[in-house]
Every structure is written in C-alpha cells, then in structure tokens.
Design a protein around this ligand. Sequence first.
Ligand code: ATP
Ligand code: MG
Length: 409
Amino acid sequence: MSNTYRTIILARMGEIALKGLNRGKFERQLIDNLRWRLKEYGAFSIVQSQSRIWIEPKDSNPDILEDKETADLVLHAVTQVFGLVSASLVWKFDGDMESIKEHAVKLTDEILSEHDYKTFKVESKRGDKRFPLASPEICCDVGEAILIAHPELVVDVHDPDFIIYVEVRENRFVYSEKLEGHRGLPVGTAGKGMLLLSGGIDSPVAGYMMASRGMQLEAIYFHSYPYTSERALEKVKDLARIVSQYSGTILLHVCNFTDIQLDLYKNSPQDMLTITMRRIMFEIAEELANKQGCKCLITGESLGQVASQTIEAIQITNEVVKTMPVFRPLIGLDKEETCNISRRIGAFETSILPYEDCCTVFVAKHPKTHPQRKHIVEAEEKLDIPALVKKGIEGIETYKIERVSRVNE
Ligand code: ATP
Ligand code: MG
C-alpha cells in the first residue's frame, strides 16, 4: 500500500475562535505568520475552515512531509506559531470504507512499532453527508478492523492509550497524535513592544509571554564592553534568536553602556547605583521605543526577586517612564514557574551559561532595597541625565535577529 496517501498538517485555532467581528483579521495574521514560519521548508497551501487550518505541501515540494523527521520538524514549527491549540500530522487519501480501514490499520501498525500501547479508541467525524455510513458506524467498522489486525489491543473509550481519528470530507483523513501548540494570539495583532533583554532567565520569558498576546518585539540590550564580554553579547543574540522562533524577527538594539556606567559609578552613591542605573536604562529604552513605534516597555522583573525588584525600587524606577506602560509579565510568578517556561521554550540552557551581565559587574555590595524619593534626588544631583540618555541613544547598534534555522540544512 505505497503512495496511497499524502501527509498534511491539521492545526486547531484557540482563543481566536472566540473573537467577534475582527476575527478575520486575527485569522489572516495567523496564516501570514504560518507562511513566514514555514518558508524555510518550502511552499505550503494554508487554508482555514472554521476553527481549523489545513496545511498542505504545494506541488513544488509535494513529498516534504513524507519524510518523518522533516515532518516532525515542520509540525513543531507550526506549533510555535501563536494562536494554535494543537496540530497533527494527518494522512489524506480517497476511497471507500475499505480504504479508510486499511489506512487506519496501517497507522495503528506505525504507532505500535514505536509505543507499547494496550488500549485505543476510534473517533470519527463525517462532514460529507453523502458518505453511506454515519460516524458511530465508521467508528465501529474501523475499530473492528484494528482489532482483527491487532487482537492484543483492547478498546477503552474512557482512557485509551491512543486514539485513531477518522474524518470523512471531500477526502478521507486519519491521524492520531496531537502536538500541543503555544496558544495565545497571532503576533502582529497587538502592536509592538520594546523588551529590555538581558542574558538572564527572566527577560526572554517576558518577551515570549508578551509575544504570545500578539505583540511584535524589538529588544534593547545594555552592553558594558569590555566589562561584559563579546560572549555575553553573543549569548543575548542567541536568546533573541530563540524568542524569535515564536515572535518573528526581532530588531535587537545594543546600547553601549560602559561610559554611562562609569559616570554613574563616579558620580552617584554606591548604595543607589542599581537604581540610578535602572532609571537610565528605562529612559533610554523609552526614548528608543518611541523612535521605533513601540507602545510599551517589557521587562523580566518579578516582585521581590532581588534588591532592585522591591515595590519601592520598582516604583522609583518606573516613574521615569512617562509616555507608555511598562509590562512586567513575570511580576507574580516565582522563579520555578519562570524556569519551567524558559525550559519549555528552549531558552533555559542558553540563559544559564555563565557570562556576566552589566548589572553583576557594577553591582553595589549593599544596595538600598527600599529607596525613597529623597535618596534618588540626592543620588542624581551630580548627574547630567539628559546628556547620558543622549549618549546612550547615539551609541546604539542594531541587529536583525531571525529564528534558528532548521538543523539539517
Ligand atoms: P534576567 O533574568 O532577565 O536577567 P534578573 O532576574 O537578572 O532578570 P535584573 O538583573 O534585576 O533581574 O533585571 C531585571 C530586568 O531588567 C531584566 O529582566 C531585564 O528586563 C532588564 N535588564 C537587566 N539588565 C539588562 C541589560 N543588561 N540589558 C537590558 N535589559 C536588562
Ligand atoms: Mg539579569
């Protein structure tokens, strides 16, 4: 039974399906994003029907999904596009009930060659009402065929080890596994934000979370070369590349922060250094954000995590930002939850590489954890902040970061 089917992908939309009048806008963006994400694998026809999306190789590369390894890569890439609940590799074919049974049995053979499963069930949908059997009968017939081929299996309709899905439409379809998507809303439907991206665990996760709400990202990294190494910058680029698998292209702005930090180090009290530094970072980020058309700042701050993240420190840092909100999606998460997301998106291993960031180099021994406004007024007395911000903006270099390419090229 060779070449009797074509492998395609079926993806299921999540929250978008709940959208009202502007649902079309979300769907079009999702399809554009899928096309962008899959372009490295070739051309696909991407068709939406109700809350589902059918992704099929075009004739220019009809067999791309017939190689299991490539098919898994493409499926994985599909699930990284925000807006999808899940996706499956699906066999598409034609024919009558005999053909459906043959394909369902063959799929079962493949599943059992990889898994030690004991129980299963069949679920079916009949979209083509001209098909002579109704859904329950299709389930029975297919289940019977599978049991004949594999008498060791047992049907369990409540908690089966695997499910064979059968769909009868203008074509026939069988599939089994569903790979979970990252849900959220399609990037490009919620404006653009400026992510303060360091080399740590938190900020890449913060960027991922805002992108999952449909936000396009740009990022700024404050680099204190040579106090922080070239490797630290490479690590930040790698992290941006990982996030861009989900968010799409990221413009990464690298702000040369060394002179500014040396100035702060000289002219502002040690115990307020972290706060004065963070206020300047926020001012530079805000100015750049406005220039780039970003409507918010995004940070990886989490309440109480370190001295600079007490409510007083956040308040005093936040007040320099006048024209946009600062989003802190991790504010209520504990570190373990953030680490779990970091692992899930594939950033953790890179984040924990031990390259110093600028804050650890110039960090004060005893930072003030509950700074008050009078402290900051004193601390900034000798600083020419507008000049420092201008200097920061002028020294920015920008890189275009694209997602990680497929490994087998
Ligand atoms: P992360 O894991 O993201 O580095 P953190 O727990 O180390 O965060 P801080 O160093 O206090 O916490 O930084 C808080 C937030 O400030 C970071 O999540 C990031 O958004 C921003 N930030 C810190 N350092 C930099 C930097 N060098 N460049 C850009 N943003 C930074
Ligand atoms: Mg950090």
